[in-house]
Design a protein. Structure first.
Length: 287
């Protein structure tokens, strides 16, 4: 199973492409998201081909902090994923439909372990102003984020907010122009483990670039991160993590190349079906 973050890991806005080469050498790009009638997210054509092959070889699970509505704007190449993880683990989609039992279990845990979302929103209202905050947003009634002008954001505000939120069971993450506040129990890794259990995966691969992806990478058997992003800025690593030199959209292409190589290697050494009592590799036992 392959569980991968999307934004700034596999797909990129025009501002995040990092096309540092001469124009004539830039890769051909494929738009995979349109918002308000304008193309918004891209991957390289080479990456699109790799993703299409990967989706035919493994259970590919988009794993994103995006809301369900934001995720559904994305049109990835290849077979539509049977599973997707949205809202940082708050929702598991099965053939595009949210699993309500999973969502209810998440809500119970948040109520038991964290300060309420209303307290985070009140802090935003009390400590920010329009000189540097463009938007206040709530995602799926699970977490909140700000869209900010980073160069105008007060130098110590993020640190103070992070310390305040930590005491209340929340994690703070700065990604591009967005400041996320997410309850600690709301994790991609918990949802990833549930999907892996359902599909009987005996190997889990993962990739991501931000602090909100750290738990996902730690929970995987093998993991990759690009040479940009929040984790790169803090030199975050783990024993089973490969750190890529590539940045921007080139990193997305390389991550997909590494995913495919790992899947191929695993299949070459995996037990044959008759060694698994008739259960094909990567599928649940019918019993």
């Amino acid at each position: 199973m392959v569980a991968s973050d999307l934004d700034r890991t596999l797909i990129y806005s025009s501002a995040a492409l990092a096309l540092g080469m001469p124009d004539a050498q830039a890769p051909r790009l494929l738009s995979v998201e349109v918002h308000e009638s304008k193309p918004l997210s891209y991957l390289t054509e080479e990456a699109a081909g790799l993703l299409e092959l990967l989706a035919a070889e493994a259970v590919f699970v988009p794993t994103t902090t995006r809301t369900r509505k934001q995720y559904q704007r994305i049109q990835l190449p290849g077979t539509a994923p049977a599973y997707a993880i949205c809202a940082n683990g708050g929702h598991i989609l099965v053939d595009g439909v949210a699993d309500e039992e999973w969502h209810a279990s998440v809500l119970r845990r948040l109520a038991e372990e964290c300060a309420p979302l209303s307290e985070i929103r009140a802090y935003f209202t009390a400590t920010t102003d329009l000189s540097w905050v463009r938007k206040h947003r709530v995602a799926e009634d699970l977490f909140a984020y700000l869209v900010v002008e980073r160069e105008r954001m007060p130098e110590d505000w993020l640190k103070r907010f992070g310390e305040w939120a930590e005491e209340r069971g929340w994690t703070v993450s700065l990604q591009g122009r967005k400041v996320y506040a997410v309850p600690k129990p709301l994790t991609k890794s918990a949802a990833m483990r549930e999907v892996a259990r359902r599909c009987g995966a005996d190997l889990v691969l993962a990739a991501g670039d931000s602090l909100l992806d750290a738990d996902l990478l730690l929970a995987a058997d093998r993991a990759w991160r690009p040479g940009h992003g929040e984790l790169a800025d803090t030199s975050w690593t783990a024993p089973h993590l490969d750190v890529l030199a590539e940045r921007g959209v080139a990193a997305g292409e390389e991550i997909l190349r590494r995913f495919r190589a790992a899947v191929t290697e695993h299949r070459a050494f995996a037990p044959l079906p008759d060694q698994l009592n008739g259960t094909p590799v990567g599928l649940p036992d019918p019993a």
